[in-house]
Design a protein around this ligand. Structure first.
Ligand SMILES: Cc1cc2nc3c(=O)[nH]c(=O)nc-3n(C[C@H](O)[C@H](O)[C@H](O)COP(=O)(O)O)c2cc1C
Length: 353
């Protein structure tokens, strides 16, 4: 069963506790103060380089200086990962940072290549530049993608992202409740059952974590849950909108509207992003032109936190689990609470029958 692979994870990432909670590499959000808190608490913090490779070296330096050698790793490895949105990054620049980094990130998270084959150059390039000290994690969203990626890249870890996930993902996918076990079965059948699977999308607390482990995940990834943490560098308006939102199945949607008005364009056509519904979304639905919607968004930006009011237009990327994020809580506490709660729930369920 895939969930036994948590031992492989603990071997490769010896500072992690079980069940391991992974901080998603959210672009401009998963910065060193947040990611290092997650790793310090026994989770796995990822830095979100996203599409801006110029942030890679400074973030790595900052994370190194925060962590120094405080957590156990193999020699020359930093207990932190780094995530790339591949279509937007010049691989050769990323590789040169990997080569020159005195401490290599423990893992590289690859997401959304322009073409699936690009992941081969990413995987080979990073393995060569770091002498395989940086492990390769690839985030996928369908069974077909999972199979293609393991055959072409042989990654160390696969992140299985379901449709409930906040932020960008495939426009068409299912929730992890069916996606994860189907991926697990398909991979095992083709001889790839040794690859640990990480569940992502809609996991907010110990209940979600225990469910994901039962589905066959070896660990879980959370993005939305960390949005309201004090270490998260987003505005209070955004944090309040996350805490306030509920019933995410109807108050969030997957859409390209927010990318268009914000100018974050260039994503492969198969991707969109999940966010809380707001005035920009509704106006788009009523037929407002993209130009006018963008103009109103830019006006709204001047309002600061008030731009996230009920009639606001500022984007709140978040997953369907947003209604379970009910307060601001330090990232390290989140990790410890979620791990503890998941273990208790698994024990309770184990004693039921
Ligand atoms: C605000 C936000 C930004 C995100 N940015 C990225 C990103 O830059 N790169 C990436 O690989 N995934 C990104 N994701 C998706 C995560 O990798 C992950 O799949 C997702 O957060 C899991 O679902 P959850 O939000 O329900 O926890 C983002 C998610 C959120 C909520």
């Amino acid at each position: 069963m895939a969930s036994n692979h948590y031992k492989t994870l603990n071997e490769h990432y010896p500072w992690t506790a079980n069940p391991t909670v992974v901080l998603a590499p959210m672009r401009m959000i998963s910065t060193p103060p947040l990611a290092t808190e997650v790793s310090r608490a026994g989770g796995f913090g990822f830095l979100g380089v996203g599409t801006d490779v110029s942030t890679f070296s400074p973030m790595l330096k900052e994370a190194s200086s925060i962590l120094e050698s405080s957590l156990p790793t193999s020699e020359g490895v930093l207990p932190i990962g780094v995530g790339f949105i591949c279509w937007g990054v010049d691989l050769s620049v990323a590789i040169s940072v990997f080569e020159s980094a005195p401490l290599k990130p423990a893992a590289a998270w690859l997401f959304a290549p322009r073409e699936p084959k690009d992941l081969i150059s990413w995987t080979e390039g990073i393995r060569k530049a770091t002498n395989s000290r940086t492990k390769i994690w690839i985030q996928v969203g369908t069974v077909t993608m999972a199979l293609d990626v393991v055959k072409s890249c042989n990654p160390d870890v696969l992140v299985i992202q379901g449709a409930d996930a906040g932020g960008h993902g495939l426009a068409q996918s299912s929730s992890i409740i069916s996606l994860l076990p189907e991926c697990g079965d398909a991979l095992a059948k083709e001889g790839f059952g040794h690859i640990p699977l990480i569940a992502a999308g809609g996991i907010i607390d110990g209940r979600g974590v225990s469910a994901a482990l039962t589905l066959g995940a070896s660990a879980v990834c959370m993005g939305t849950r960390f949005l309201a943490a004090p270490e998260t560098p987003i505005s209070n308006g955004y944090k309040n909108a996350v805490v306030k939102a509920s019933d995410g199945g109807v108050t969030t949607a997957r859409t390209t509207v927010y990318d268009k008005i914000r100018g974050t364009i260039g994503w492969p056509a198969t991707y969109n992003a999940r966010g809380v519904l707001n005035q920009s979304f509704w106006d788009h639905g009523k037929g407002m032109s993209e130009e006018e919607n963008k103009r109103l968004y830019e006006e709204e930006m001047k309002k600061g936190d008030a731009g996230w009011s009920d009639q606001g237009r500022m984007t709140t990327y978040a997953g369907t689990g947003v209604g379970l994020v009910r307060n601001t809580q330090p990232a390290g506490e989140i990790v410890k609470e979620v791990m503890r709660d998941a273990k208790e729930r698994l024990k309770t369920v184990g004693n039921m029958f």
